[in-house]
Each structure stands twice: as structure tokens, then as C-alpha cells.
Design a protein around this ligand. Structure first.
Ligand code: FE2
Length: 282
């Protein structure tokens, strides 16, 4: 049997808009399995001495070594609003983590098998990948009340290849609505070109390199609400964002970013993998 990827209609819609929502991609049980696994990982995580915050508003400032070395590890990043002015957690760590990243898909068996679902390889083939490589994964909690905003960006800023090849696979593990901080995107915005790159700075840390400083046409933003189990495929150049979650409901999601191993991956990219742990295909 040939594994079905995208229909012609889905492909046309993706190429026009830069995103595609596929409802019911994952079952309720699969979503719950990933949620349980993330819960276990957080439970076993000892935050002593490794408090690292994730903020997209001040991304270069918070690029500490814990973040920079996370490309081939499973690491835990806190919400900016999780702390009191004295630096103590306002609530338990389970309700304070922003995300887990960035190699869940290689290091954790539960996330590995979900990420290497044959339908994803079939979709990559339809998107013309020669050598699809899942490079980066994140479990995003978007916690109730304190889930931070993610400012408008293109994934190719962070996972840059020549030519551009990154695609985001974003799985709603819980219903994502405007109330709890669903994703928003600029339909067709993937045709506007890459605005900036996020690279390692020669002096240490990271910096943004601006390629085009024109503003986003953000009046065009459309909400991408998604039910649990939906997959949203995001073109690497699609401008997208999510607002803070001030609601009492969490909005868990899992994302997998795939690049083409046939493209060049510049050495200056922020995300690095140890030579002992090269990216592994589907
Ligand atoms: Fe993104």
C-alpha cells in the first residue's frame, strides 16, 4: 500500500497560504500519550541550578549555554512570568515550564515513534524533500494564565538552510482557540521572503541578522484554531505568532521541524548537534 500524504487540493491550499490544517491527524489516545510523557519528563526534571527562561521578546539576552547546547538534548525552559521578583517560582514547576526542547524526537522513545509516523514521511515526499531530516522538536505548554506570547517570526530564521527547506509540523495536543493562545499566521506571507536570521555571535551568545527590515502586514493575520489531534503544517517562511495565554486553560502542542539533508546547513546557525548525534531521518 502506498502511504497517503497530501491530496492535490491540500497541496494547492498549502502552496497558496503557506499553511495547512489537517484535522484528526493524531488520535485522542496519541495526544494523551504525549501529554503523559511530557508530564513524566517534567516530574523527573530537577531545576536546581539550571533555571533558564524562554522569551521570544528578548531572545538574544536569554540565549544562555543551557539553551545553546540544547540542540541534541532534552531540556526545560521556564515561562518568564513564572517567577516572583525574588526569583522564586510562583507555582509548582509543572505549571511553570514554557517548553521542553530540542531533541525529544531523537532521545525519547515515545516522541521518537510519534515523530516518525510514516504519514509524515509521505507528506515530506509530497513537499519534494530529497532527504527529510527531523532536526528539532519542542513540547510547548502555553500554561494557563502565564503562557508567554511568541512574537511574529518565520521558522527559517531559526532553522536556516540554503536553499530554504524547513517545514514545521505543529500538533495540537489540546484544543487551541483564540482564548488560550492559538497560532495566528499571515496567509500567503511565505511569499514575502526571509526577514532575518538568528545566528551565533562571534563573541558568544546569539544575534539576529536583518535581511529585510520592512514590517509585517499584520492586519492580514488569521487565527489558526485547531482541535486536539489536528496537525498544522507551516511553511518555513510563513510569518506566524501566538499571543499570551491569560485563560485558565492550557494549550499543549508538540512541534517537529524538518529540514532537507540535501541542503546546506550553515555552521553559524544557533542549533548545533554533536558529531556523535547527527540528525536521523524518518
Ligand atoms: Fe514558529
Amino acid at each position: 500500500m502506498i502511504m497517503p500524504g497530501l491530496t492535490e487540493r491540500q497541496l494547492a491550499s498549502y502552496l497558496r497560504d503557506g499553511f495547512l490544517v489537517i484535522e484528526n491527524f493524531a488520535s485522542h489516545e496519541e495526544c494523551e500519550r504525549l501529554k503523559r510523557r511530557a508530564e513524566e519528563l517534567v516530574r523527573d526534571f530537577d531545576p536546581q541550578g539550571v533555571i533558564s527562561i524562554f522569551s521570544t521578546r528578548e531572545q538574544t539576552r536569554v540565549s544562555d549555554d543551557y539553551f545553546l547546547d540544547s540542540g541534541d538534548k532534552i531540556r526545560f525552559f521556564f515561562e518568564e512570568d513564572a517567577f516572583t521578583p525574588d526569583g522564586d517560582l510562583k507555582q509548582n514547576k509543572e505549571r511553570s515550564i514554557n517548553k521542553i526542547g530540542h531533541a525529544l524526537h531523537d532521545l525519547d522513545p515515545v516522541f521518537d515513534s510519534f515523530s516518525r509516523e510514516p504519514r509524515l514521511a509521505a507528506i515530506c515526499a509530497d513537499l519534494n524533500y530529497k532527504q527529510p531530516l527531523p532536526l528539532q522538536s519542542m513540547y510547548i505548554f502555553k500554561q494557563p494564565h502565564i503562557g508567554g506570547e511568541v512574537v511574529c517570526h518565520q521558522d527559517a530564521t531559526f532553522l536556516y538552510t540554503e536553499p530554504m527547506s524547513v517545514t514545521g509540523f505543529w500538533f495540537a495536543l489540546e484544543d487551541a482557540t483564540q482564548e488560550n493562545g492559538c497560532m495566528w499566521a499571515i496567509p500567503g506571507g511565505h511569499k514575502l521572503g526571509l526577514k532575518k536570521r538568528f545566528v551565533r555571535a562571534p563573541v558568544g551568545g546569539t544575534k539576529f541578522e536583518t535581511l529585510d527590515d520592512s514590517p509585517w502586514p499584520d492586519f492580514m493575520l488569521a487565527p489558526l484554531e485547531a482541535r486536539q489531534g489536528a496537525l498544522i503544517i507551516l511553511h518555513g517562511l510563513l510569518p506566524h505568532l501566538s499571543y499570551a495565554n491569560r485563560s485558565p486553560k492550557s494549550r499543549h502542542a508538540y512541534t517537529l521541524h524538518v529540514i532537507d539533508g540535501a541542503c546546506e546547513y550553515p555552521a553559524g546557525n544557533w542549533l548545533r548537534r554533536s558529531p556523535d548525534m547527527p540528525p536521523r531521518g524518518f
